[in-house]
Design a protein around this ligand. Structure first.
Ligand SMILES: [Zn+2]
Ligand SMILES: [Zn+2]
Length: 349
């Protein structure tokens, strides 16, 4: 089968690799339809590593994906506890948890000590034609759904988990730092959760346009002092919650400056240099509650409810599409943040 493998920084090659075998108990064979490129993929693509995970041999990346079930093994039960049937179109949760360790048992599958994550070294991901996946990570999507939107279920799941952690209440004032695909999904979820105002910062004007479309108040980080703007808009008090969804660099301290005393800070972005810096006195005097988001919990059923109900706009986030044979161009286009880039999707089927 064809697969896009990353050999090292900015070196992606589409080539023939062995096809996966048949699904075992509890597994399914997925014919991949589309894969979304994520900011975390860009770290691996540009640096050959993300956090402390280093690429040591060619890897198929890609963890935002969906496709059609082509075969199932015995006892294939999907993520909503229903038998998984051949021919079903599904969105796939890329995190495969053990279900038995202490974090799993205590309701934190996103912190599983023995998880496998698709597309994170050493586990191959989705930029290929076929994959074997656990049936319980598959969630059926309506027939005829655009595959680009299916890849965004993972993005929406990450956003929903961040909003859960931020404990947004009706009429809260919120700031979202970073209007990438995750940030833009957070804006939509925060509004649905009842936030009255959502201030959104970024430097790419087309992303700020989308933030506005989703009910946010756009603030361009190079055209205004965004911290000042948020403080002025809240009569100097600061917002109730800030969700940082940029690259976790200077934005983290800025988040602490924008939030009110006693407020909540949720960190979603992953920094390229693996460091987290905040002014201690600022955080201490405000007595902030800081939560760090790690992927997501079992949120796909809620994600799909939002999606099926037509309550989120995912289509507007898809800016570019490339066929699998052009996966390297897709990565380069995203990494360069060419004008208009929001979500880049690779169509496999
Ligand atoms: Zn992702
Ligand atoms: Zn576990």
């Amino acid at each position: 089968m064809r697969a896009a493998r990353l050999y090292g920084p900015a070196d992606m090659r589409v080539e023939d690799v062995p096809q996966p075998g048949s699904p075992g108990p509890g597994q399914a064979l997925l014919r991949v339809a589309a894969v979304g490129i994520c900011g975390s993929d860009l770290h691996t693509y540009e640096d050959g590593r993300i956090g402390d995970t280093v690429l040591k041999s060619p890897l198929i990346i890609g963890h935002e994906f969906g496709g059609v079930i082509e075969a199932v093994g015995p006892d294939a039960i999907d993520g909503e506890s229903r038998p998984l049937v051949v021919g079903t179109p599904v969105a796939v949760d890329p995190c495969q948890t053990c279900g038995h360790c202490r974090p799993c048992a205590e309701g934190h599958p996103n912190l599983c000590l023995h998880h496998r994550f698709c597309g994170l070294y050493p586990n191959d991901g989705a930029l290929c034609q076929w994959m074997i996946v656990p049936a319980r990570t598959c969630f059926s999507v309506p027939a005829g759904t655009d595959w680009g939107e299916v890849t965004l279920m993972e993005t929406l799941g990450v956003a929903m988990h961040a909003v859960d952690l931020a404990k947004i209440r009706v009429a809260d004032r919120v700031a979202v730092l970073g209007a990438g695909p995750v940030g833009l999904c957070i804006v939509q979820c925060a509004r649905l959760a009842g936030a009255s105002e959502v201030y959104v910062t970024d430097k790419l004007p087309w992303r700020l346009e989308l933030a506005k479309k989703f009910g946010g108040v756009p603030l361009h980080i190079e055209k205004c002092d965004t911290t000042r703007a948020v403080l002025d808009a809240t009569a100097g008090e600061g917002v109730d919650a800030v969700i940082e969804a940029a690259w976790a660099g200077p934005a983290v301290n800025q988040a602490a400056e924008m939030v009110r005393a006693g407020g909540r800070l949720t960190l979603v972005g992953i920094p390229g240099d693996d460091r987290l810096e905040m002014r201690h006195s600022l955080v201490r005097r405000k007595g902030l509650t800081i939560r760090v988001a790690r992927r997501m919990k079992h949120v796909y059923p809620r994600v799909l409810r939002l999606y099926r109900g037509g309550r989120v706009d995912l289509q507007s986030l898809i800016s570019h599409r490339f066929p699998l044979e052009q996966a390297a161009t897709a990565m380069a286009t995203n990494a360069r943040y060419e004008p208009g880039v929001v979500k880049v999707v690779v169509d496999v089927a």
